[in-house]
Ligand binder design. Structure first.
Ligand code: 4FV
Length: 260
């Protein structure tokens, strides 16, 4: 399994136990066992020297909450660097939004260090001195950067050759194409039993036809249509070829006809 590039992640975090979510389950857990990636966990508390192992203090200028001290983080990042930590990414709402392009970029790097903030954030002087880039999971405030760091790890590890094993992922395909995914169906053929549902209970016939080209075109048409309906920003960023353009127009016509 896997063709060589072992990605080394390091996380600087006050809650190392949280990372069990990506090390002990699912695709990322299996890929870790297979040696496709590794994770070093570094707790800033281990880089304090006072008896209270202080890692935060009150913000200058007053205001609510606490700010993470630069010292313990700086020393932790020194140790990570010693261990070959790679570029330092600080997860924060002030960062560039994580997207497929950034995931693919990180999947090409041998090592990445993820700095996870807590409280109101990190002393700005530490960010200026030690952070190479800031990444955001989205425009909302989390209690810490750990969940965002794990989202980065999960999305990147899926890109490692061999990580997905046999279950090549259709949904993976979608963002590679820059489109949303098409609807997915599985057994039973009719769900829920019994008629009169406003939502069609039958699986679309084309998917039962075995006609691979018609199935491919139906899925592409649905992906184009959904992206047009739900994420016009993605469609605007994507050049459509003639076939795709005519499939989208077909979808739009049908929407008009059945008033959706
Ligand atoms: C966040 C985000 C995020 C801000 C203060 C942690 C919190 C606290 N990280 N994408 N959105 N971080 O809300 O990445 O330190």
């Amino acid at each position: 399994m896997g063709s060589g590039l072992v990605i080394r992640f390091h996380a600087v975090t006050l809650f190392p136990e949280m990372f069990a979510a990506v090390t002990h389950s699912g695709i990322s857990g299996r890929a870790l066992e297979a040696g496709l990636w590794s994770l070093g966990l570094w707790n800033p508390r281990d880089f304090t020297s006072d008896r209270y192992r202080t890692v935060d203090d009150r913000p200058y200028g007053g205001g609510p909450g606490m700010v993470m001290l630069a010292g313990p983080l700086d020393r932790a990042l020194d140790a990570v660097k010693e261990a070959g930590g790679g570029k330092v990414i600080y997860l924060s709402p002030q960062g560039r939004k994580l997207d497929h392009a950034k995931v693919m970029e990180l999947a090409g790097r041998e090592a990445t260090t993820l700095l996870c903030g807590r409280y109101e954030g990190v002393d700005e002087r530490l960010i200026r001195r030690r952070v190479d880039e800031e990444l955001s999971l989205g425009d909302y405030v989390l209690s810490g950067g750990e969940l965002a760091a794990m989202a980065v790890i999960d999305a990147v590890v899926r890109q490692i050759p061999g990580a997905l094993g046999g279950e090549q992922s259709a949904v993976e395909e979608s963002f590679v194409q820059g489109l949303l995914d098409c609807p997915q169906y599985t057994r039973p053929e009719v769900w829920p039993e019994g008629e009169g549902e406003k939502v069609p209970a039958h699986v679309p016939g084309v998917l039962m036809s075995g006609h691979h080209e018609n199935i491919r075109r139906w899925r592409l048409k649905q992906a184009l249509g959904r992206t047009w309906l739900r994420r016009p920003d993605l469609l605007a960023a994507r050049k459509l070829n003639d076939d795709e353009q005519s499939l989208l127009e077909e979808f739009q016509r049908e929407c008009k006809e059945n008033g959706t």
